[in-house]
Write a protein that binds this ligand. Structure first.
Ligand SMILES: C[S@@+](CC[C@H](N)C(=O)[O-])C[C@H]1O[C@@H](n2cnc3c(N)ncnc32)[C@H](O)[C@@H]1O
Length: 207
């Protein structure tokens, strides 16, 4: 029995526990799994169910913990997940298969900047960003252009391990006239933002 999490998220937890053990032994940061923590994974899962995106894009597949949560929720709302990583992690195919989500995931092995440059404008309804934080500013403005009106942006590691690393990126997102965002202190910290839908009808007045 997988309990209340269901099969995919239970497997995601098991892969995360193993990844934590591996990461504690690995001195090289870039060789660690650095998987999405369980609380953030649960929030991302709920966000997909709530936002009901048709097209989910993940930047930073790693060994697939976040992909499993995105894909399990995506299946429930009839969506697909495209996940991009410049490296094909040796375990990712097996991990997605073990979680039973491989059929709703399209994996792309490519640099994220190049992928975003070639991606359809307004072609993404929910984007989860969990790659190399120092590169995020360089993904702009393509990253914001690929978001459809009403799309959700979720960025991991807003607060931990290094709160200053995302300051310039978040400020650039905040400056975008269509973006509205909020920091969330969960796990390593998430930045959640929505690309606004142009207002229609009478102008809003008052609080
Ligand atoms: C923190 S790990 C992702 C963890 C994953 N989201 C999870 O929960 O298991 C970051 C990943 O981003 C990838 N990455 C870093 N820079 C990238 C880039 N420029 N383009 C594509 N992938 C990149 C790395 O190869 C690594 O697998």
């Amino acid at each position: 029995m997988d309990g209340e999490l269901g099969h995919a998220r239970t497997v995601g937890r098991q892969i995360w526990v193993r990844g934590q053990e591996d990461d504690r032994r690995e001195p090289d940061r870039l060789k660690r799994h650095r998987q999405l923590d369980p609380d953030s994974a649960d929030l991302v899962w709920v966000l997909v169910l709530a936002a009901r995106p048709a097209r989910v894009l993940e930047i930073g597949t790693g060994s697939g913990v976040s992909t499993i949560h995105l894909a399990d929720a995506a299946r429930r709302v009839g969506a697909r997940v495209t996940t991009v990583d410049r490296v094909a992690h040796p375990d990712v195919v097996a991990n997605l298969a073990r979680a039973g989500v491989g059929d709703v995931v399209d994996r792309v092995v490519q640099d994220a900047g190049a992928f975003l440059r070639g991606a359809a404008r307004e072609g993404v309804d929910l984007l989860f960003l969990d790659a190399e934080r120092s590169e995020y500013v360089g993904y702009l403005p393509d990253l914001l252009d690929v978001l459809a009106p009403g799309a959700t942006l979720v960025v991991d590691n807003l607060l931990r391990p290094a709160p200053d690393e995302l300051t310039a990126f978040v400020e650039a997102v905040r400056q975008h006239p269509a973006m509205s965002g909020v920091p969330v202190d969960i796990g390593h910290g998430l930045y959640l933002a929505v690309k606004g839908v142009p207002a229609s009808g009478p102008a809003q007045t008052g609080p």
